[in-house]
Ligand binder design. Structure first.
Ligand SMILES: Cc1cc2nc3c(=O)[nH]c(=O)nc-3n(C[C@H](O)[C@H](O)[C@H](O)COP(=O)(O)O)c2cc1C
Length: 374
C-alpha cells in the first residue's frame, strides 16, 4: 500500500478538515495554554542525530526486543478514550491496523467498544489500559480483561483528576455531545463525519455498561465524577498481586517513581505527560529517558509528541525500548479510517528505515547514544 500523503502532519491537516472543530480540538488539544504539547515536540526536535557514512546499511532491521519477546516495529498504538467520536468503530479500526503490522494496540478504559467486543473481533496483540474510576469498577475491568484474554495491563496513573483543556471548555465538549446550535452547524459542515455518527449511533463509554451505567449520560457522570483520586502506592501493590500477567504503569516522569514501580514488580513504565493533556508545565517524557535505570528484564516506554520516524529513533537511542503513539494514529483514523491508521504506521516504518540507513545503524535494536550529537 503506497501512502498517499507525505507525513503524519499531512494526515493531521486532513483530519482537521474532516472532523467538526470540537472533535478535532478534543484530539489535538492539551491542557491550559498547551505549553506541554509544544514542549513534547521541542524536546524531541532539540536532539540531533549524527550521520555515520561508510557503514554497510544494505540490510536494515526494525525489530526490537521487549519484555522477553519482540516487536516488529519499535512502536505501538497507545490508549486513547472515546475513539468512537473520531469514527464509529474507531477502536476496532486502530486495533486491526496494529494487528496487520504485528504491533500491540492498547484499549482504553474509556473506549467506545467493550473489552470483549474488541477481543472477539481482533486477531492481534491487545493490551488493556486501566483507569481506576472506583475500586469496584476497577476490579470488574481487570477481571473482564483477564477473561477476555488480555495479557498486558497498563495502569494510567496521571489522571487522579481530569486535565483542564481550554479548547474543550470553549467548545463545550463532553459526552454525550451537547447539540448546541454551533455544534449542529459544525456537524452540517462535516457531513461525512456526521452521517457516519448517525449510522453508528452516538459514541458511548462501552466498558462502563457493566457498572450499571447503560446510557451515555450516566457513563459520562461516572467517568467524570468518580475517578478515584485516593489510589496510591499500596493500591498499586495490591493490583500487582491481583494481576497475574504483565503490568505496565503509564504516566511517570520521575526516576524515583520509576524505580519504585520496578521494585514493586511492575514490568515496564511509560514515561508520559499524557501528551500535554493533564498539566502543561511538566517535563517531557522524552527528556527523562536517559535518567531512568531500567533493571534487567524490565522495559522503558515513552510517549508524547512522536510524529516522525526519526523521533522514534532518537527515543531508542536514548534508551527507550519502544514508543507509544497517541495522536499520530488518531489523525490517520480521522482522515481515512483503518486505511489512514495503516498509512500512518507505514509512513513511520519507512521513515525509521530511512533514518537508520542514514545514521549508519542498520538495526533498531543496536541504537545507542553514539548516534546522537552531544
Ligand atoms: C484524544 C486522546 C485521548 C486519550 N485518552 C487516553 C486514555 O483514555 N487513557 C490513557 O492512558 N491515555 C489517554 N491519552 C493519552 C495517550 O495515551 C498518550 O499518553 C498521549 O496521547 C501521547 O502524546 P501524543 O498524542 O503527542 O503522541 C489520550 C490522548 C488523546 C490525544
Amino acid at each position: 500500500m503506497a501512502p498517499s500523503f507525505a507525513s503524519v502532519e499531512d494526515m493531521r491537516r486532513r483530519a482537521k478538515r474532516r472532523l467538526p472543530r470540537a472533535i478535532f480540538d478534543y484530539v489535538d488539544g492539551g491542557a491550559g495554554d498547551e505549553r506541554g504539547v509544544r514542549r513534547n515536540r521541542e524536546a524531541i526536535e532539540r536532539r540531533l542525530l549524527k550521520l555515520k557514512p561508510l557503514t554497510n546499511v544494505s540490510q536494515r532491521d526494525l525489530t526490537v526486543p521487549l519484555l522477553g519477546g519482540h516487536l516488529p516495529l519499535p512502536f505501538l498504538i497507545g490508549p486513547t478514550g472515546l475513539n468512537g467520536a473520531v469514527m464509529p468503530g474507531g477502536d476496532l479500526a486502530l486495533a486491526r491496523a496494529a494487528a496487520k503490522f504485528g504491533i500491540p494496540f492498547v484499549l482504553s478504559t474509556a473506549s467506545s467498544m467493550s473489552i470483549e467486543d474488541v477481543a472477539h473481533q481482533v486477531d492481534g496483540e491487545l493490551w488493556f489500559q486501566l483507569y481506576v474510576l472506583n475500586r469496584d469498577a476497577a476490579r470488574q475491568f481487570v477481571d473482564r480483561a483477564l477473561n477476555a484474554g488480555y495479557r498486558t495491563l497498563v495502569l494510567t496513573v496521571d489522571v487522579p483528576v481530569g486535565g483542564r483543556r481550554d479548547r474543550d471548555f470553549r467548545n463545550g465538549f463532553g459526552v454525550p455531545f451537547q447539540m448546541t446550535p454551533r455544534f449542529a452547524l459544525d456537524c452540517a459542515l462535516h457531513p461525512g463525519w456526521a452521517l457516519k455518527q448517525l449510522r453508528g449511533g452516538a459514541p458511548q463509554l462501552a466498558n462502563l455498561r457493566s457498572t450499571g451505567a447503560t446510557d451515555a449520560n450516566s457513563q459520562a457522570l461516572l467517568m467524570l465524577r468518580q475517578m478515584d483520586a485516593s489510589f496510591d502506592w499500596d493500591d498499586l501493590k495490591a493490583l500487582r498481586d491481583r494481576w497475574p500477567h504483565r503490568l505496565i504503569v503509564k504516566g511517570l516522569t520521575d526516576p524515583a517513581d520509576c524505580a519504585r514501580c520496578f521494585s514493586l514488580g511492575v514490568d515496564a513504565v511509560v514515561l508520559s505527560n499524557h501528551g500535554g493533556r493533564q498539566l502543561e508545565d511538566v517535563v517531557a517524557g522524552f527528556d527523562m529517558i536517559d535518567r531512568i535505570d531500567v533493571p534487567e528484564g524490565k522495559a522503558l516506554l515513552v510517549d508524547g509528541g512522536f510524529r516522525r520516524g526519526a523521533d522514534i529513533v532518537k527515543a531508542l537511542a536514548l534508551g527507550a525500548d519502544a514508543v507509544m503513539l497517541g495522536r499520530a494514529t488518531l489523525y490517520g483514523l480521522a482522515a481515512a479510517g483503518q486505511a489512514g491508521v495503516e498509512q500512518v504506521i507505514e509512513t513511520l516504518r519507512l521513515e525509521i528505515d530511512n533514518t537508520l540507513a542514514l545514521i549508519g545503524c542498520p538495526n533498531a535494536a543496536d541504537l545507542g547514544q553514539d548516534v546522537l550529537q552531544d
